[in-house]
Design a protein around this ligand. Structure first.
Ligand SMILES: Cc1cc2nc3c(=O)[nH]c(=O)nc-3n(C[C@H](O)[C@H](O)[C@H](O)COP(=O)(O)OP(=O)(O)OC[C@H]3O[C@@H](n4cnc5c(N)ncnc54)[C@H](O)[C@@H]3O)c2cc1C
Ligand code: FES
Length: 503
């Protein structure tokens, strides 16, 4: 394996220079605030600015420092095997609506790229879910039947053009992929050109509704007063609405490999376990194979280096050995019923909106969310409002998943505190980290390559679960709601807003 970068290096971030924006340094009054510098936040702020409204986008860290900067950027309505399941759980009408929303989300991105002439490696390709294990072929056939019922262009095929022993696949025709950052940088520039404002390094920490206005307090103590706010912060930045009990985070890993393999085109994801996601990207004159997979609940992946190694072995066996040029891991949130939460965040507030829970399919869903949030904030109708409304209640499968997720959070909360640790900081070699015991107390220690020891309190500053060391990326990851901290304890991704306490 190549030496580890300090934080996993994303191909997208490594190949793009983003403009930088100042942090908010005074109180601000605006019509609308959007929180979050990923695809959902930037697209929402762009649409509000385009509608002629005063808008301010606030984001913690830099633009794209969340999951959007670490995606694989397939633009597809083929969100794994889901349509047969949606028909069973929600009925044909809602399953079709979900497909149409994401088909239109993809078309929205394509239209903007065309209209603005954005150079972002956009290309159309077919998308496949394939199975190597015979036991999964029946699921593919059922999914193909669901495609036929819902009018989705695609079908079951016996083979795919990759050197894998696939027993079949379900293909969705005419999907696409792109480099998300030039596209979003263009939209960010449009926000400013249309009179909007963007503030980086500005963390929203509190939300209050008062006298028909929203007041957002930032971590630096400034106040943003506005008519309404869209929380596109991945995990909601506010405490209302019990989102901590309704969302769970899943991590996955990606390698970008330079190989001589003659790629036949197409985007692929396997229906088997472990899952594999495969596509090709262009980088200057180079073509890189993106191999993703190895999903697990964030903070519960044991030794995370093993996940990168598993992908490397798989790539070598399947496509021949290649040079790893980039590698990264990131997480996305899933909701209780596998549909995203987009809309009014709680029944009690008409000024607080949210978009989250994209289940690793946020390119099309982020575009859907931006249009839906914009319509709601401007008081316009939108045909997807009811489907994605966060206050929906579905007994199946929501309740079962609710019980499972919260039992897991409760277990992690208690187990982490009681876990007996034998490791001591002296046991750590250079570039090694672990939860250790110091004077009878649990702590997180990382010894850097120069031998310096960095020790933090492992109690997550969000809701108190114990973070776990992620060896593959040198981060502290929280098993409860996916917060990630660097080895010094600084927040990389929320919901935590405060760093881990240095010890
Ligand atoms: C490995 C992997 C591969 C994926 N591949 C695909 C794919 O091929 N196709 C696809 O459609 N989807 C894919 N996804 C999913 C997709 O990348 C995400 O769903 C999407 O990027 C989420 O975008 P977002 O804008 O909602 O969140 P983010 O990009 O996470 O943006 C949230 C922003 O909010 C900011 N923020 C957080 N808290 C605060 C706060 N309190 N105050 C201010 N700002 C705050 C963060 O800094 C960040 O900028 C993948 C996901 C993973 C994990
Ligand atoms: S992210 Fe919620 S407790 Fe850590």
């Amino acid at each position: 394996m190549m030496p580890l970068p300090e934080f996993p290096e994303s191909y997208w971030l490594a190949t793009t220079k983003s403009p930088s924006y100042d942090k908010l340094s005074a109180d601000l009054e605006t019509a609308f605030a959007v929180i979050g510098g990923g695809i959902s936040g930037i697209t929402t702020a762009y649409l509000l600015a385009k509608a002629g409204r005063r808008v301010a986008l606030l984001t913690a860290n830099k633009l794209f420092s969340g999951t959007t900067g670490y995606t694989t950027a397939k633009i597809t309505a083929q969100h794994d095997l889901i349509y047969d399941e949606y028909i069973q759980h929600f009925g044909e009408e809602k399953a079709r609506l979900h497909y149409e929303a994401n088909r239109d989300g993809g078309a929205f991105i394509a239209d903007i790229i065309r209209e603005h002439g954005i150079d972002c490696d956009y290309a159309e390709e077919d998308a496949y879910v394939y199975a190597v294990e015979e036991a999964n072929v029946a699921k593919l056939r059922k999914e193909a039947e669901a495609y036929a019922r819902l009018g989705i262009p695609g079908e079951f095929v016996d083979r795919i053009p990759l050197p894998v022993a696939a027993k079949g696949a379900v293909v969705m025709r005419g999907q696409a992929h792109f480099h998300p950052l030039p596209y979003l940088i263009h939209l960010a520039q449009e926000i400013v050109r249309l009179g909007g404002q963007i503030f980086e390094d500005t963390t929203a920490s509190k939300f209050k509704e008062e006298d028909g206005q929203v007041r957002i307090t930032t971590a630096d103590g400034h106040e943003v007063v506005c008519e309404s706010v869209a929380a596109c912060s991945h995990f909601p930045f506010f405490d209302n609405g019990f989102y901590f009990a309704r969302l769970h985070a899943d991590s996955s890993y990606v390698l970008a490999l330079k190989t001589d393999f003659a790629y036949p085109g197409g985007m692929y994801i396997s229906a088997d376990d472990p899952k594999r996601s495969i596509r090709m990207v262009e980088y200057g004159s180079e073509r890189l194979l993106l191999i993703g997979g190895e999903s697990h609940k964030t903070g519960q992946g044991e030794n995370t280096i093993l996940h990168y190694e598993a992908l490397e072995d798989y790539a070598a066996e399947t496509f021949g050995r290649g040079e790893i040029r980039y590698r990264w891991s990131t997480h996305d949130f899933a909701t209780l019923d596998k549909l995203p939460y987009i809309g009014q965040a709680t029944k009690g507030s008409e000024r607080l909106f949210v978009a989250t829970g994209y289940r690793k399919w946020g390119m099309t869903t982020g575009a859907v969310a931006a249009q839906l949030l914009t319509d709601l904030m401007l008081g316009r109708d939108n045909r997807y409002a009811e489907l994605y409304g966060p206050s929906r209640f579905g007994a199946d499968p929501g309740v079962k998943t609710f019980v499972q997720q919260n039992a897991d959070v409760a277990y992690r909360l208690v187990h982490g505190k009681l876990e007996w640790l034998n490791m001591h900081p002296d046991d750590l070699g250079p570039d090694q980290g672990a939860a250790v015991r110091i004077q009878g107390h649990r702590a997180g220690a990382y010894r850097d390559a120069e031998g310096r020891l960095h020790v933090v309190d492992t109690t997550c500053t969000h809701m108190g679960c114990e973070v776990a060391w992620n060896e593959g990326d040198r981060t502290w990851d929280c098993p409860c709601h996916g917060s990630r901290f660097d080895y010094r304890g600084e927040v990389l991704t929320g919901p935590a807003k405060k760093p881990l306490k240095p010890l």
